[in-house]
Write a protein that binds this ligand. Structure first.
Ligand SMILES: Nc1ncnc2c1ncn2[C@@H]1O[C@H](COP(=O)(O)OP(=O)(O)O)[C@@H](O)[C@H]1O
Ligand SMILES: [Mg+2]
Ligand SMILES: [Zn+2]
Length: 453
């Protein structure tokens, strides 16, 4: 038997076999059931989500010997010729390589005649947005005087490039990305049938890399089998996918959490030398911090994060190094930076600056946070009497020290220190100091106390 790539071998032959795309499938089936088939359709959506597949099944549904039927038999001569791509009444044209007026003209000539053999003539134009303006105009004429028994299906990955005049004459179906879960299940069924062993981690990273395209997922599995045979190890897969080495990601998160900006520069160097795209690294880093936040947030992370045991252990260790609030803030800043990195003319510097900033992040407490904390304290705990009477505390984080400004005179230092000690015993102050890991640098006598009551 000749070797068939999985995308071909596992191309659905019935609507029922299609994964996802329920609204599209249902509407197409109903159109046939209710005899309300339109003259022209546009199928839009990213590559590998089933546009061509659906168009072919639709063609069978229309031309099946036992049809038109929402469930073509796949056995009759009509169905078979479509499956095997040799039906003379089902034309598949690639818009990218037949873009010009001449091609569309000859197409117009062709559709003048009735279907030769089948009930309907079906013209599928793939990547229709690639047609030239003249070609579109010619096509438009055809759509304006629709030839009998001819149905057009236009497929496009760039719907916004299709002229409105064409769109207005078609029924539009938007094909969605296939969910990660559906991709994994689909891959799982293929690996079972093909007797391939692969870990759930492996399936996951394939699905992740496929990013919504089922065909891409199948092609990656093809590649993996070509590379490793029937036993696909995680290591092999990582090599094939160029998956970001987790070591680098951990190195990065550790430098950030441990506030070591000096670790950032060699790390970025390593990323570049490793041949990784910086934006890809960044995407992986976001995912990495998301994993850490998830582990911090849920009781049994393994259910949501199918990681290998050793990786999970590493993540759990790493997660201990910071609070979930901190991880949340890292993640928010990383997300905010993604667009900037994409458009930066110096992505390397942009990345370095951003990561160094994150290293200093623990120290930089936002004013909003301080105000919120103070508000909380005001509400939650009684006004601290000692504080009111004795002292006002100026708090500075150790890294922002400006000691020279606030060193008290030697004579009164002893007294002030005692006052400070006293003030620090206050639960409100203690809470504040702990929350912001603050240090008291000076204590000044209070002049006036503004407090309600
Ligand atoms: N929704 C889907 N359900 C099942 N298989 C799919 C689906 N989308 C894509 N595939 C798989 O990917 C291959 C290519 O899909 P295709 O329909 O050509 O995608 P598109 O035309 O959207 O680029 C199919 O042969 C099939 O194996
Ligand atoms: Mg296609
Ligand atoms: Zn049939």
């Amino acid at each position: 038997m000749t070797y068939l790539i999985y995308a071909r071998k596992y191309r659905p032959t019935t609507f029922e076999e299609m994964i996802g795309q329920k609204p599209v499938v249902q509407t197409l089936q109903n159109a046939i059931k209710n005899n309300r088939v339109a003259q022209a359709y546009i199928f839009s959506g990213m590559r590998g989500v089933g546009k061509t597949t659906a168009a072919r099944i639709f063609a069978k549904a229309l031309n099946c010997q036992h049809g038109p039927t929402p469930t073509p038999c796949n056995k009759c001569e009509f169905c078979k010729t479509i499956t095997e791509d040799r039906s003379i009444d089902v034309l598949e044209i690639d818009g990218a390589s037949n873009r010009g007026i001449d091609e569309v003209r000859s197409l117009r000539e062709g559709v003048k005649y009735k279907p030769i053999y089948s009930r309907n003539k079906i013209i599928i134009i793939d990547e229709v947005h690639m047609l030239t303006r003249e070609a579109f105009n010619a096509l438009l004429k055809t759509l304006e005087e629709p030839p009998p028994n001819t149905i057009f299906i236009f497929a496009t990955t760039e719907f916004h490039k299709v002229p409105a005049t064409i769109i207005s004459r078609c029924q539009h179906f938007e094909f969605k990305k296939i969910s990660q879960k559906e991709i994994i299940n689909h891959l799982l069924s293929i690996t079972k049938k093909e007797e391939i062993t692969i870990s759930s981690f492996g399936l996951n990273i394939i699905a992740e890399a496929a990013d919504g395209s089922l065909r891409d997922a199948q092609s990656l599995l093809d590649q993996a089998v070509a590379f490793s045979g029937e036993n696909i190890s995680d290591e092999d897969l990582k090599e094939i996918l160029g998956v970001m080495n987790r070591e680098i990601l951990f190195e990065c998160s550790t430098a950030i959490i441990e506030e070591r900006p000096d670790g950032i520069f060699p790390l970025v160097e390593k990323v570049i030398n490793g041949g990784y795209d910086l934006r890809f690294f960044y995407k992986e880093l976001i995912q990495h911090f998301r994993n850490l936040l998830l582990i911090k947030s849920v009781k049994s992370p393994l259910e949501l994060l199918p990681l290998r045991e050793e990786d999970m252990k590493k993540y759990q260790e790493e997660a201990k190094k910071a609070s979930s609030e901190e991880f949340l803030r890292y993640l928010v800043v990383l997300q905010q930076g993604e667009q900037g990195l994409k458009f930066s003319s110096h992505p390397r510097i942009y990345l370095e600056v951003l990561l160094v900033k994150l290293c200093h992040f623990k120290k930089v407490t936002s004013l909003k946070d301080i105000l919120q904390e103070l508000e909380k304290m005001k509400k939650g705990i009684k006004a601290p009497s000692e504080l009111k009477e004795n002292a006002e505390i100026s708090v500075l984080r150790p890294e922002e020290e400006k000691r020279e400004e606030s060193v008290p005179e030697i004579e009164i230092q002893g007294k002030r220190e005692r006052e400070m000690e006293q003030a620090l015993k206050d639960p409100t102050v203690k809470y504040f100091m702990d929350t912001f890991k603050a240090q008291v640098l000076s204590v000044e006598p209070i002049k006036r106390v503004k407090d309600k009551e």
